[in-house]
Design a protein around this ligand. Structure first.
Ligand SMILES: [Zn+2]
Length: 189
């Protein structure tokens, strides 16, 4: 976490430069090998999970880079530091730290679609959700009636801050990117 803070500070310092595409420097991967050391399991039982996690982690990073570069145009804010963890914790976005954490639970490594880029595996649902929070925080937001209606219908009742009408306005603005209606994207994420 210390190195993440250092990166985060460095990225904030760059924000005055206006344009900074997401690059390899934006990524941190928490090693599955380190997680293994706390499991007490045999390495041969764990090895397949390490390989799958590393493949998932690479896809998460590549997808973030593609979405971010598609979503933000020439005069863009600085992309968040992306951290991919193997853990049961919640994925999250921190605006003050300019940090997205995508948490992959070990149980999800066996999902049939976990490496399927054409589907919506769990990490993509969470990555898009956190990127919508990033969008909501980094772009000017004028809430429309459509967003207010979606918020009334889909806002999670007990899921932390940040799921007000502004979050649903981000959904309204980005749904067409996924060839969805705002309603379909709100239901998905
Ligand atoms: Zn959220």
């Amino acid at each position: 976490m210390v190195s993440a803070d250092v990166f985060s500070l460095a990225l904030c310092a760059l924000s005055a430069l206006c344009t900074e595409k997401v690059s390899a420097q934006n990524y941190v991967t928490v090693s599955a090998t380190n997680v293994y050391q706390n499991t007490g399991r045999k390495w041969q039982d764990w090895r397949k999970n390490v390989a799958t996690f590393e493949a998932v982690s690479a896809i998460v990073k590549e997808t973030y880079r593609k979405l971010w570069n598609d979503w933000y145009l020439a005069c863009a804010p600085v992309g968040a530091l992306l951290q991919v963890d193997l853990s049961d914790e919640c994925s999250r976005y921190s605006h003050s730290r300019n940090l997205i954490v995508i948490a992959i639970a070990e149980a999800n490594l066996d999902d049939h679609d976990i490496l399927d880029l054409s589907a919506w595996p769990i990490w993509k649902v969470e990555l898009v959700h956190e990127m919508l929070h990033e969008w909501q925080a980094k772009t000017p937001c004028i809430v429309t009636r459509d967003a207010e209606a979606l918020c009334t219908k889909y806002a999670p009742p007990a899921c932390g801050d940040g799921h007000g009408p502004e979050f649903f306005q981000a959904i309204v603005e980005k749904a067409s990117y996924f060839s969805m209606t705002p309603e379909q994207l709100a239901a998905k994420i």
